[in-house]
Design a protein around this ligand. Sequence first.
Ligand SMILES: [Zn+2]
Length: 457
Amino acid sequence: MSEKGSPAKQPSDVYQAALLPEAPQFFHESSTNQLAVAGIQRNRLELGIACGCTPKSLEIDVDAYIAEIAPELGISRGKALEYVEVGIQLARMPRLGAFIKARAHLPFAHLITIARATAPLHDPEVRAAVEEEIARFVIPRKHGEALRGVRSLHKFLQRVIEEIEPQLRPKNLPGDVDPLLPAGEREIVGESIGFEDGDNFAEVFMELEKTRALEFKATLESISTSAGCTRVEALTHLIRGTAEAKIILNLYCPATEERPRTAWLGGVGWISQLATQAWIDKVTHIRLLADESAEGYAPTESQRAFVKGRDGTCRFPGCDVPAELCDIDHIEPYDKERPAEGGATETPNLHCLCRRHHNMKTAGLWNVARDRDGVELWTSSSTGKKAVSLEDGPLAGHGRYTFDKRGLRMTQALEEYNQYRQELIEQSQKLVEEARKGEDADSPDPQDPPNANEFGF
Ligand SMILES: [Zn+2]
């Protein structure tokens, strides 16, 4: 791609570009908000400690080193090790390190999440590729965007590293068990069912990996809705086989690929390649999703699937609750008395909110507006503070192939074509010139007698 169009001053490095004064800032980087400023100062101090703890060489003994610095800081061995881990990783990813030090916008919990996920990446090329990708999380896409939480960051890093070096994909966090592992392994990793006897009641407790828990919950809910009973009665029906359940779990794959490599499972997120193949084999219905409108208040099943796949999580800025566990809310409220005057049941007017943030919006504590690009601007009614959230699901940006973007793509395609054409022209000119030179050398000088060369005088 030619870069003729971009101004000469623009840095080519994403991290350097994000340090320019006009680059977007996260919501918590506001210099006019005292609390936000204090938060950045705290981050800066912690970064200072992490850098101050970085050992000069990676060949010194860990225990001896930690035993020296932990008392100096008055903290535990484990906490001191965290600072050292962050210091080492920021030094090994210098572009990211310089960027984070300049902005000090990442709380320590985010830094240690990055440090732990990247520490096993010993190949400098792999590490550099991951470092480049991390920009997509630590640089805001829009001004005023809320920083996503550490759980989202961990999942993001898992995905990025799995793409680049599958062998080094970070392990799941506790409670996020890999749906890939065989059932027996899963038990070891954390699944269990237990019984505890009490006086009048017995306690049954279960710890299930996420995809199984999702299936279990959806089954109970389906039975309790269709049989009009409680979840406990629904469980009894399930055990006795006295009720039928129909459950819908949404698996999102690109429509262009016949056998997609990775898919997004509602309630779980991006799943690994092997799990994708296993889930694809269970698919019974295929839908092509797009923006849709419906009559009445309740969104249709395909609208729900579209909105969940588009938003990915609760749309309140910084909230991590998966879309699958969220309510579908009308952004502009639906007016049951006069439907024509209220917000319509159409996908651009629908979004995902977890119960807590749904209640907050209904109570009028925050107001929200969504623009044509799906960016939501949230405003606090009491303080007037504003924060932004973006779509984060596999369908984010779906259906917004605007004329602008189309034009841009055509320009790119044309530039590529013309660059190729120019190369071909230059190549053929070169060939002609070389051939001509060769001819000049081979052909007799017009003043020479014919066949002079041939006879060698
Ligand atoms: Zn929420």
